[in-house]
Design a protein around this ligand. Sequence first.
Ligand SMILES: CC(C)(COP(=O)(O)OP(=O)(O)OC[C@H]1O[C@@H](n2cnc3c(N)ncnc32)[C@H](O)[C@@H]1OP(=O)(O)O)[C@@H](O)C(=O)NCCC(=O)NCCS
Length: 118
Amino acid sequence: MIYIGTDIVEVRRIRELMARWPDRFIRRIYTTTEIDYCTRQPVPAIHFAGRFAAKEAVKKALYAAGARDPIPFASIGIDRTPEGIPVASWTGGDAKLQLSISHTNNHAVATALVVTND
Ligand SMILES: CC(C)(COP(=O)(O)OP(=O)(O)OC[C@H]1O[C@@H](n2cnc3c(N)ncnc32)[C@H](O)[C@@H]1OP(=O)(O)O)[C@@H](O)C(=O)NCCC(=O)NCCS
């Protein structure tokens, strides 16, 4: 089966959270790999917003696939291939995940798939 999740995030909202709780927000939500990548980009908030949307999309797909316990943001990691393709992982199980992210200056969207063998 294939289970889908999607999410959209306003970049402005992420920028506000980063300004309000500079360290706390980032450390609670993001992995060090994500922080390293996003902070190296010209407009970090856009990429943090993309990864926020990605984590929400992965959560939705995992819940659709039957996950029942709360899924912490930090349990979902977003990495990149050398080509820039986003790759999601989850420490809470062995779900097979597929992910796509897009963003403008104002919004970020992500779609995630959980693929199971049944
Ligand atoms: C991949 C591509 C379509 C992205 O288009 P874009 O409009 O710049 O992308 P968006 O702004 O909508 O989204 C950006 C996100 O796309 C994702 N992305 C980047 N490169 C990607 C790729 N090659 N494949 C899939 N997703 C990709 C990333 O998640 C990125 O966000 P991030 O930098 O925060 O991780 C475009 O950059 C492209 O055509 N690149 C050339 C790819 C290429 O030559 N590949 C070689 C093999 S044929």
